[in-house]
Design a protein around this ligand. Structure first.
Ligand SMILES: NC(=O)c1ccc[n+]([C@@H]2O[C@H](COP(=O)([O-])OP(=O)(O)OC[C@H]3O[C@@H](n4cnc5c(N)ncnc54)[C@H](O)[C@@H]3O)[C@@H](O)[C@H]2O)c1
Length: 414
């Protein structure tokens, strides 16, 4: 189905970015929020995005004006009976989303695609608030939506193959890269990032390496920034919440280090409060090559934590794979569950979080057998966070060196 008219619900950070992307692709957009003030704020964000394209000379002023005029702000559902697509990007609260989808079900044409940009809520549950769950799909854009290329396309349990394929095709039209991910907590990118970011805190608590050394080690392997800089940028409260959620869903592999919640209790939330792992000018990221100043409150909290909650220590010297192996292992759990095709994992990690190589490529360079022996060693010293997936054991037992050797993988079969 050719999408000509769309609606976006929620004119906040994500909704305005998504509306810009749709309008740039020549799709008319109704941008809905709860008050005129929020609608206006969203529209001026979009205007700013177009202005910046003109300034960078990737678009002429008249083209920008024409595209911007394709977005109409609204506080009502008028016109929703004519849209081919809705992307919901309202608050991340299940009650809000259930109410919106029940309303959309009443108003939108029967053939419309109903998509949600939720970061973590259940697509299947949202779909169940409509009488057409087969037409509801997750389209998880990354922030900022107007520049980040990746969209995770997540079918709910009743979503039809046709709608999932239409969502993937739409991403291509929007000049995005779609990766299909079966519904699971954290979807793919967050599910893989959190075990890595969590492990970085355990490393810090061991006290043998500094934050900058950890950050530099992973940047040396092609990550755009280290875990501590990423915590500060994302917001420590948001990260603590997601990690606790993933721990509840997956259990011991996500056992959260206590540091994040201690930082939250002291309102040390990262860039937005001016202090997290590092000190910041409030709300402003430090330049890439600027030296980072460690937050003295963090040092105090770490000392307290080491006394109150001692952790087992690794016998070996720190290397970046200590924090990357949990990411790799989680990727294999996701593959073993049929959540994602191996070929899509590195695509997602490259376009969703800026890795130059991707986690499977990094593991293949070291060898799957080496990765397994390291995970076994860390598991015996540090516990369940490192329990290797049985899929990795199977790969090693079969002497597989790369996923490209395999004709058949769990996600390919499903
Ligand atoms: N910010 C991110 O990094 C990010 C990334 C991916 C996905 N998401 C998801 O996208 C969604 C929006 O996130 P955001 O960061 O843009 O939030 P935001 O707070 O910037 O914007 C949300 C907007 O939705 C509006 N809204 C609330 N209830 C509404 C309703 N019933 N009808 C219409 N509008 C309503 C609010 O007034 C607000 O303007 C959330 O589900 C979030 O989890 C966020």
């Amino acid at each position: 189905m050719k999408i000509q008219r769309a609606a976006v619900i929620g004119a906040g950070a994500m909704g305005s970015g998504i509306a810009q992307v749709l309008s740039q692709a020549g799709i008319e957009v109704l941008l809905k929020d709860v008050s005129q003030e929020f609608v206006e704020r969203g529209l001026s964000n979009i205007k700013r995005m177009y202005d910046s394209r003109v300034k960078k000379e990737v678009m002429t002023q008249s083209e920008a004006d024409y595209r911007f005029a394709m977005v109409k702000g609204t506080t009502s559902y008028d016109g929703f009976n004519e849209v081919d697509l809705v992307i919901e990007a309202a608050l991340e609260q299940i009650a809000v989303k259930l109410e919106i989808f029940a309303e959309l079900d009443k108003i939108c044409p029967p053939q419309a695609i109903l998509a949600t940009n939720t970061s973590a809520l259940s697509i299947s549950e949202i779909a169940a608030s409509t009488k057409r769950p087969e037409r509801v799909v997750g389209m998880h854009f990354f922030n900022p939506a107007q520049t980040m290329k990746l969209v995770e396309v997540i079918p709910g349990i009743k979503t039809s193959v046709e709608i999932t394929e239409q969502a993937v095709a739409l991403c291509r039209e929007l000049n995005k890269i779609a990766v299909k991910v079966e519904e699971c907590p954290g979807f793919l990118v967050n599910r893989l990032l959190f075990p890595y970011m969590n492990e970085a805190q355990y490393v810090l608590q061991e006290g043998n390496v500094s934050m900058e050394e950890v950050d530099q080690a992973v940047v040396g392997l092609g990550l755009p920034m280290g875990p501590f800089a990423l915590f500060d940028m994302t917001g420590i409260d948001v990260c603590a919440h997601v990690n606790d959620f993933l721990y509840n869903q997956y259990g011991p592999r996500f056992q959260p280090n206590k540091l994040l919640n201690l930082l939250v209790s002291k309102r040390q939330l990262g860039q937005k409060t001016g202090a997290g792992f590092f000190l910041h000018q409030k709300g402003k990221p430090a330049g890439k090559d600027e030296p980072k100043e460690i937050n003295p409150e963090l040092t105090k909290l770490l000392n307290e934590l080491t006394k109150s909650s001692p952790q087992p220590k690794s016998s070996g010297q720190f290397d970046a794979y200590r924090v990357l192996l949990p990411m790799f292992n989680e990727a294999l759990y996701a593959i073993q569950e049929g959540v994602v095709k191996p070929a899509d994992v590195d695509v997602a990690m490259k376009w969703g979080c800026g890795m130059t190589k991707g986690i499977l490529a990094l593991a293949e360079e070291k060898g799957f057998a080496w990765c397994l022996s390291q995970l076994d060693q860390y598991q015996s010293e540090l516990g369940e966070r490192f329990r290797p997936s049985w899929y990795l054991r199977k790969l090693v037992a079969a002497g597989v060196k790369s996923f490209t050797e395999l004709e058949r993988t769990p996600a390919a079969v499903s």
